[in-house]
Design a protein around this ligand. Structure first.
Ligand SMILES: [Zn+2]
Length: 269
């Protein structure tokens, strides 16, 4: 019963955050302030009232249209609100029975949030803002410090810092791996095969899942991206594919299924 009540509460909070992530993902790549101006219709500039700001429900009750100019609102918004709510609940359910539970749940929710914002801005603008990666790196490393400290009560903060160095090491290794992939990709395809955003993003992800699992993420993402790439090639379209969302989805799958590198090695061999 308690679990259900918590889940509902976290779902509602999640949809509100999803609404905020839409704003962040939309404004940051445009170098706009996150706080001002307040949310408005992009078409008629009408300022949204409280009743128009309710995640998912406002969209449904307004039949997906702006109340004033009747311009259609992108389905993108309610989908990401809903998705954020669902993912927050999954984070809670997956990590609620681990130790230290509250910190693990918070870590998972913050980590997944960073990936959602990356997906939104990469889909819309093919940009992964540095601000997002830096902000979330700092917050997540701080939460990780607390988790390491809780798991090892006899650790001094210097020991904790020492363990964090390994995380940074993971990020640097992944950075080098991604540069290597880009170098050979450029050699083979004779054009820019990978964006700098993807490289930084994978270094960011590897800080928290380790570089070995990061490599698995790259393989899984390539696999997930395959159907759409084939369709793209078949249609003879210009081969532009935002790879960030696939990397983010692959990371979410591995992270939320609690898959670690040993399980992957066992599976392969
Ligand atoms: Zn409007």
């Amino acid at each position: 019963m308690e679990t259900i009540l918590y889940s509902i509460f976290i779902f509602i909070i999640g949809t509100c955050f999803g609404s905020f992530f839409n704003v962040v993902g939309y404004r940051l790549p445009n170098n706009m302030s996150i706080a001002y101006p307040s949310s408005h219709c992009p078409n008629c500039k009408h300022k949204l009232g409280v009743l128009e700001l309710i995640p998912v429900l406002s969209y449904i009750f307004q039949f997906g249209k702006c109340k004033h100019c009747k311009e259609k609102i992108s389905i993108f918004y309610p989908i990401f609100e809903l998705l954020t709510g669902i993912l927050f609940v999954i984070c809670y359910l997956v990590f609620k029975d681990t130790y230290p539970e509250i910190y693990n749940v918070i870590f998972a929710i913050v980590f997944i949030s960073s990936l959602i914002i990356i997906i939104i801005s990469d889909i819309k603008y093919m940009i992964i803002p540095d601000e997002v990666l830096i902000f979330f790196s700092i917050i997540l490393l701080l939460i990780k410090m607390v988790i390491i400290h809780k798991l090892n009560v006899n650790y001094t903060w210097i020991d904790v810092g020492y363990e964090l160095l390994f995380s940074l090491f993971d990020g640097i290794i992944m950075f080098i791996i991604m540069y290597g992939i880009r170098f050979f990709g450029n050699l083979i395809f004779k054009k820019d095969s990978m964006g700098g955003g993807d490289i930084k993003m994978m270094a960011f992800i590897s800080l928290f899942i380790g570089w070995e699992l990061g490599v698995v993420v790259i393989f899984l993402a390539s696999f997930l991206a395959l159907p759409l790439s084939i369709i793209n090639m078949y249609k003879n379209k210009e081969h532009i594919l935002a790879f960030g969302p696939y990397l983010a989805i692959a990371t979410m799958i591995l992270f939320l299924c609690k898959i670690d590198i040993n399980m992957v090695i066992e599976f392969i061999s």
